[in-house]
Structures are given as structure tokens and as C-alpha cells.
Design a protein around this ligand. Structure first.
Ligand SMILES: Nc1ncnc2c1ncn2[C@@H]1O[C@H](COP(=O)(O)OP(=O)(O)OP(=O)(O)O)[C@@H](O)[C@H]1O
Ligand SMILES: [Mg+2]
Length: 351
């Protein structure tokens, strides 16, 4: 196990049974997450990308045991040794959950409209017996300041705030118990583009200040480029590419990653550099209940050959111009030289 990892997923699977009519026996399974393994290193931001339905949120929910994985393991490092969260009893799980928190996508629906900001932020502190009385009030005020809100706002209700401010309240709630690990599931996609960068910068400042490790889920590659140290690209429940963000943005090696990148709106299209092959993302995402044979991406891939139609490619290490580990699940990755968009995002200042 890599020494500096905080979390490790090993062969994680979540298959949802498909039941038709009154039959109790499932007629098949939606393989929402299928044999996913990766590490998250301490204090890094790991970006998780892929089209809608590829299993991003399901991974997050399995990691927090909000749903039970079908099989596989989620290891979390605590006091120097790794514990298997999938094997924990409810009491132990409750303690660990204080260290692993979630920031939701939608700051409108995730905050109870009948609770004041003070009560929203105090709730996790009270429920977990962390603080009360004057100490509690000080902690709430301190959290508000940390996320850039004035403590005078404490008596107000969520409706009095803008989308960006509500997300700041959501972040304060997630950070109240001083977690180590935070899953951000599309935390800025419901916000105006003008406030997205402010929230991303806040998350980055808080990460440095509090030593946080992030799993950052987004389908917006501009956001992922802005925030991630490393990236995991998923397609129909499986990891197809994993590596340093700069390396994947400069030189994607899986045709799916390349197509995703080249279809992303870049901040300043006039500055778009034109070197290398361009991959186009055509066709539809397959149904996770009945994926194609062989490589799941083959029907959409203009480079597909017979082997791709028959054999699912293993996720394997590939040497790449960038540094560090780079994994790809494509039989023919070495043969491609896809165009990256790193310089395009840098030139446009990204998000
Ligand atoms: N409770 C459930 N029962 C059955 N199928 C489910 C359930 N939850 C998710 N799925 C299916 O699992 C797959 C993965 O869903 P998931 O929500 O993890 O995708 P996602 O990558 O987060 O997508 P999005 O970008 O739209 O948020 C989808 O096919 C989805 O329909
Ligand atoms: Mg999701």
C-alpha cells in the first residue's frame, strides 16, 4: 500500500439489481461501480470525472457507507494503520464519519430552510457532543469566518443568502467536526460561473489551512483542471484512465479521455492549439445494465479493432511524458498521440 495514501479503494463494486414485475429474482444488474481501485493521497485533490451515470456519486456513497458496496474494500488510514470501512460495525462507523464529510451539489435543497445559520452549523457539533454553551457559539462564529461569512449573519435563514453564500454555509457545516477527508460532489455546478471560482478558491484555501484531502467529483473539466492534483476518468462504472492532472490534460492516452477533453469548452477558443489527433465524442453512453462486449467504449471509438470488441482491456501502467503513475485501460494506448488541452485551459485562465 502506498505510504502517503489516506484512502484506498480495492475492487469496489456496486451492482443494483434490476427487478421486473413481481419476480423476486433479479433479471440482471446495473453495474454502477464495477471493480474500481485507486488511492487518494493525504492532502491531495483527486478529481473524479466522467459523463452522467458513470458511477461517480455511487462511489462516494459507498465510501461513506451511505449505501453498502456489493463487494470490495474501502481502506482509511487512522493513527498510522489502515482500517477497512466496509467491515466496520455501526458504532465505529459513526466515529469515522466525523472525519469523512460530504459537500453537496445543491446548496438550495441541502440546507433545512427552517433552521437558522447558527443552528445549521451548530447541529453536527451538538449531535456529536463536540461543544456546547459559549464554546459552541465561538465555534460557530469561527466556522462562519473561515468560510468568509460574517458572524452577524448567524440568526438569518438560508433563503436570505445567495447561492454562493449558501454553499459557504454548506461548507461550514461539512467542516464543523474538523474532518480529514471531504468528498465534494459537484459542489459548484449549481452556481453561477462568476461565483464558481470564489468557491473553488475557498475550498483550496481551506485545504491548505486544515490539511484536508479531497475527492472532487465534477463533469466540468474546467473545474477539474482548476482544482485537481490527479484525475480518475470513469466510463460506465469503470476506471479508464488515472494519472496526474497535468499529464492527462497535456496528453490523454485513452480515446475516451481524449474525446472528453476535446469536447470541453475551453475558456478562450481562439487560443486553441491544434497539434496531435483530435478525438470526437459521438454516440450515447451505454446502459450500465447491458454494456457492450469487450471494451465498453468500443462502439463510440473511431480506433476500435477486433480485440476491442472481444476483450475488456485491463487497467495497466503506461509510460507517459508526465511524471508519476499513469494507468490506462486501452489495448492500443501506445499507438495514439491525442491532442491535450492543458495549454488551452492555462491560456484562458481556466475557471
Ligand atoms: N439506487 C439506485 N438504484 C438503481 N440504480 C441506481 C441507483 N443509484 C444509481 N443508479 C444507477 O447507477 C448508475 C450510476 O449512477 P451515479 O448517480 O453514481 O452516476 P454519476 O456519475 O454520479 O452521474 P451524474 O453525473 O449524473 O451525477 C446510473 O446508471 C444510475 O442510474
Ligand atoms: Mg452524481
Amino acid at each position: 500500500m502506498v505510504d502517503n495514501s489516506l484512502i484506498r479503494l480495492e475492487g469496489l463494486r456496486k451492482w443494483f439489481p434490476i427487478r421486473k414485475g413481481l419476480r423476486r429474482k433479479p433479471s440482471g444488474y446495473i453495474k454502477a461501480v464495477d471493480d474500481v481501485s485507486f488511492d487518494i493521497k493525504q492532502r491531495e485533490t483527486l478529481g473524479l470525472v466522467g459523463e452522467s451515470g458513470c458511477g461517480k456519486t455511487t462511489i462516494a456513497r459507498c465510501m461513506l457507507r451511505a449505501i453498502e458496496p456489493t463487494s470490495g474494500h474501502v481502506y482509511y488510514r487512522k493513527d498510522g494503520s489502515f482500517i477497512d470501512l466496509t467491515a466496520l460495525e455501526p458504532d465505529d462507523l459513526r466515529n469515522i464519519r466525523q472525519e469523512m464529510r460530504l459537500i453537496f451539489q445543491d446548496p438550495y435543497s441541502s440546507l433545512n430552510p427552517r433552521m437558522t445559520v447558527r443552528n445549521l452549523i451548530a447541529e453536527p457539533l451538538i449531535v456529536n457532543g463536540v461543544a456546547r454553551g459559549a464554546e459552541l457559539e465561538l465555534k460557530v462564529a469561527d466556522l462562519l469566518q473561515k468560510v468568509g461569512l460574517r458572524p452577524e449573519y448567524m440568526r438569518r435563514y438560508p433563503h436570505a443568502f445567495s447561492g454562493g453564500q449558501r454553499q459557504r454555509i454548506g461548507i461550514a457545516r461539512a467542516l464543523a467536526l474538523d474532518p480529514n477527508f471531504v468528498i465534494c460532489d459537484e459542489p459548484v455546478s449549481a452556481l453561477d460561473v462568476s461565483v464558481q471560482a470564489q468557491i473553488l478558491n475557498l475550498l483550496q484555501d481551506l485545504q491548505t489551512e486544515m490539511g484536508l484531502t479531497y475527492l472532487f467529483i465534477s463533469h466540468d473539466l474546467g473545474v477539474i483542471h482548476h482544482i485537481s492534483d490527479r484525475i480518475v476518468v470513469m466510463y460506465v462504472g469503470k476506471v479508464v484512465e488515472l494519472g496526474y492532472a497535468e499529464s492527462i490534460f497535456r496528453r490523454p492516452t485513452h480515446p475516451y479521455s481524449a474525446a472528453l477533453l476535446s469536447s470541453a469548452p475551453v475558456p478562450n477558443p481562439e487560443l486553441r492549439s491544434e497539434k496531435g489527433q483530435r478525438a470526437v465524442l459521438r454516440g450515447e453512453v451505454p446502459d450500465a445494465g447491458s454494456p457492450p462486449s469487450g471494451c465498453y467504449f468500443h462502439p463510440r471509438c473511431s480506433h476500435a479493432q477486433d480485440k476491442c470488441r472481444n476483450e475488456y482491456p485491463d487497467l495497466r501502467s503506461i509510460s507517459n511524458s508526465g511524471n508519476g503513475e499513469h494507468l490506462v485501460a486501452c489495448h492500443f494506448a501506445e499507438q495514439f498521440s491525442f491532442k491535450g488541452v492543458f495549454d488551452d485551459f492555462e491560456a484562458g485562465g481556466s475557471t
